[in-house]
Design a protein around this ligand. Structure first.
Ligand code: GDP
Ligand code: FO1
Ligand code: CA
Length: 310
């Protein structure tokens, strides 16, 4: 059996780490959003890929969910004293990864190849691939501040501007990364798990690649999505805020509608069981991942559901 997980950053990485504990390295491919990527200080920053890499490599900053553990900030401090840009927090160890990535990309390697290299160097044995090697950039259209680049919206402005719409530059022309295309074409593919990532900021940019959405619609593998909304709120981050700004209620029902054309089952948290009772689109499981055991249990529950829906 082979499993594909689609992941954004922090929320996605948590379930991906659970799946990596259940499945052998060759049985799991994690395809990661690149809509958040941007060029900064001459470096290519890939926050969601790095969050998944650091999480599976066991070196993520646990409290934050992104960035590295045991981080130090000498470079950023020195940059600040020189009048350099310091709104985007790149620690010393994180910068080291970015310098290595810069060099590998400058040698003409694709983002997939670079990610595979970095995975090996971080002792990550499960396969992590970007959804695409093409340039794909999320643009945030706000009510009062016009059109913003993703990190300008997310980090610099702390998600404060109300969102009117999102567009995904380059998505229409993007082709799937070789690793993602390969797993989607594998007859042994037995489950696709859409991690509990932000549906608008993390999953939508991936689904905006026509080849991915089509593949999800036609695949014979069951597609299981985990809701990032628990009890009408996001566990973390702006998911619920954005849903309200876009005029929808933050519920798992809306998630099921967003994914309606390809999903077989949306997993909601036990605390939301009564909201979805009797609705065959949903399954119930504990989905709040507070520790490694929670991740492991949710990963197993998703794989069990996939087996039942086959
Ligand atoms: P980002 O790219 O770093 O913003 O991370 P993702 O898009 O992958 O995940 C963000 C989403 O994860 C948020 O909507 C959270 O509600 C959700 N999330 C975080 N932790 C959990 C969890 O333990 N359980 C569930 N169900 N959702 C979670
Ligand atoms: N998130 C922040 O809120 N502030 C930061 O300064 C910041 C720096 C950063 C550096 C590297 C990295 O891989 C991620 C970083 N993030 C930061 C997180 C990240 O930008 C966001 O979580 C995502 O883009 C949204 O998914
Ligand atoms: Ca993200």
């Amino acid at each position: 059996p082979r499993v594909l997980a689609l992941s954004g950053g922090v929320g996605g990485a948590r379930l991906a780490a659970g799946l990596a504990r259940v499945l052998a390295p060759e049985a799991l491919t994690i395809a990661v959003n690149v809509g958040d990527d941007f060029e900064h200080l001459g470096l290519t920053i890939c926050p969601d890929l790095d969050t998944v890499l650091y999480t599976l490599g066991g070196v993520v900053h646990r409290g934050q969910g992104w960035g590295r553990d045991q981080e130090t900030w000498h470079t950023l401090d020195a940059m600040r004293s020189l009048g350099g840009e310091d709104w985007f927090l790149l620690g010393d160890r994180d910068l080291a990864l970015h310098l290595v990535r810069r060099q590998l990309l400058a040698q003409g390697r694709s983002l997939s190849e670079v990610t595979q290299d970095l995975s090996r160097r971080l002792d990550v044995s499960h396969r992590i691939v970007p959804v695409t090697d093409a340039r794909l950039r999320t643009r945030v259209h706000t009510v009062a501040d016009g059109e913003l680049g993703f990190q300008d919206y997310f980090v610099r402005r702390r998600c404060q501007p109300a969102v009117r719409a999102l567009t995904f530059e380059g998505a229409e022309e993007a082709t799937l990364s070789p690793g993602l295309a390969e797993v989607l074409a594998d007859p042994a593919l037995s489950a696709i798990i859409v991690c509990p990532s932000n549906p608008y900021l993390s999953v939508a940019p991936m689904l905006a690649i026509p080849a991915l959405r089509t593949a999800l619609r036609v695949t014979h593998a069951p597609v299981i999505a985990v809701s990032p909304i628990i009890g009408g709120e996001a566990v973390k981050g702006p998911t619920a805020k954005i849903m309200r700004e876009l005029g929808v209620e933050p519920t798992a029902t809306v998630i099921a509608e967003l994914y309606a054309d390809f999903v077989d089952c949306v997993v909601v948290d036990t605390c939301d069981a009564s909201r979805v009772a009797g609705d065959p689109r949903f399954a119930v499981a504990p989905t709040w991942m507070r520790n490694d055991d929670d991740r492991f249990a949710l990963a197993q529950a998703c794989l069990d559901l996939a087996r039942q829906r086959k």
